[in-house]
Design a protein around this ligand. Structure first.
Ligand code: S3P
Length: 181
């Protein structure tokens, strides 16, 4: 984890399913006056299907291809415009090495929303459109497999709290410049 303090204008939230990435990113972006881009939403919009439909019709390999394609599109748009933005990634995005490499190339800062597995299970049990939430055992296995990858993030924030509290913790990291919007 880096403690370096310098302005960053492309900030990505990572973490397991249910860790609050989309909600926290939306709130954080609105407080900063930055753009918010939700990767899963971009994927769904690009093909006109829900995430579950993509998995069901085309399989995970095709979903991962679309995910990388949309991430590359977002990164290219950022590189061109330099408009500051918060991106909520999918839970598996940075597990693909090329996605992580792309974000590093763009100088993105990665923030891991860490949440205890029991809380993630509780949250995901209530939410649909999560094709990788099949049963508790596989959910726990995937979580454990991914922990070392999330740990590659630049910062870690505990997200088993209200979204507004999580945003406060992110703002307290001291990585945001005074942005002219
Ligand atoms: C996935 C997480 C989902 C979505 C897809 C795959 C994963 O996003 O991208 O179902 O591999 O963990 P959320 O983390 O927003 O649920």
């Amino acid at each position: 984890m880096s403690n370096e303090i310098r302005p960053r204008r492309l900030v990505c939230l990572t973490g397991f399913m249910g860790s609050g990435k989309s909600t926290v990113a939306r709130l954080l972006a609105s407080q900063l006056g930055w753009m918010h881009t939700d990767l899963d939403r971009c994927i769904g919009q690009a093909v006109g299907l829900t995430i579950s439909e993509i998995f069901a019709r085309a399989g995970e390999t095709e979903f991962r291809r679309l995910e990388s394609e949309q991430l590359a599109r977002i990164a290219a748009e950022y590189a061109q415009t330099r408009r500051p933005r918060i991106v909520s990634l999918g839970g598996g995005t940075i597990t693909q090495p090329q996605n992580l490499a792309l974000l590093r190339e763009q100088g993105a800062v990665l923030i891991w929303l860490r949440c205890p597995i029991e809380e993630l299970l509780r949250r995901c049990a209530q939410i649909t459109d999560r094709p990788l939430f099949r049963d508790e055992a596989s959910f726990r296995r995937l979580y454990n497999e991914r922990l070392p990858i999330y740990e590659l993030s630049d910062y870690r924030v505990d997200s088993d709290a209200e979204p507004a509290r999580v945003v406060e913790q992110i703002l307290a990291l001291g990585i945001f410049p005074q942005v002219a919007v």
